[in-house]
Ligand binder design. Structure first.
Ligand SMILES: [Zn+2]
Ligand SMILES: [Zn+2]
Length: 148
């Protein structure tokens, strides 16, 4: 499968052994549209019949984050870290403070601004993160235009 080769390459590039656990974790993260917690990931893997312990999940995630294959986001208000595979595609997130729904947003308004900041501060920007907090449609937001 093409995807599996992609993970193998990612791991190989970082000199990581391609353990089946790491591979399964990457596949599960790739399949998930939203960032997930280590616990959710653990349950997903168990549901797929993969025998793995929660501490193995944590350890594998730490390594993948350290190697820049997986992005870790700490949402400040509930002490929970969420993990997301680094995609080619850059994303931002809308986070519902009531039901915890996370909506990925593909558009980024910052490319030009980042360039301005680089120029102004002589700073070489390698990335940024943005989460916006509020209420989703179900939790009291407005109807919106996307229909989902
Ligand atoms: Zn909500
Ligand atoms: Zn952005």
């Amino acid at each position: 499968m093409e995807d599996k080769n992609r993970y193998r390459r990612m791991l190989k590039k970082e000199n990581l052994r391609n353990t089946s656990h790491r591979q399964s974790i990457l596949e599960a993260l790739e399949a998930s549209e939203e960032p997930v917690s280590a616990e959710t990931l653990y349950l997903t893997l168990r549901e797929k019949g993969i025998s793995i312990s929660i501490s193995t999940v944590y350890r594998a995630l730490d390594v993948l984050v350290e190697k820049d294959i997986v992005a870790k986001t700490d949402f400040t208000d509930n002490n929970k870290s969420l993990f997301e595979i680094k995609r080619e595609e850059h994303r931002h997130h809308l986070v519902c403070v009531k039901c915890r729904k996370i909506i990925p947003v593909k558009e980024c308004p910052f490319y030009e601004y980042a360039g301005e900041l680089e120029e102004r501060f002589g700073f070489s920007i390698t990335g940024h993160k943005l989460e916006m907090y509020g209420y989703c449609q179900k939790c009291g937001g407005s109807p919106g235009k996307t229909g989902d």
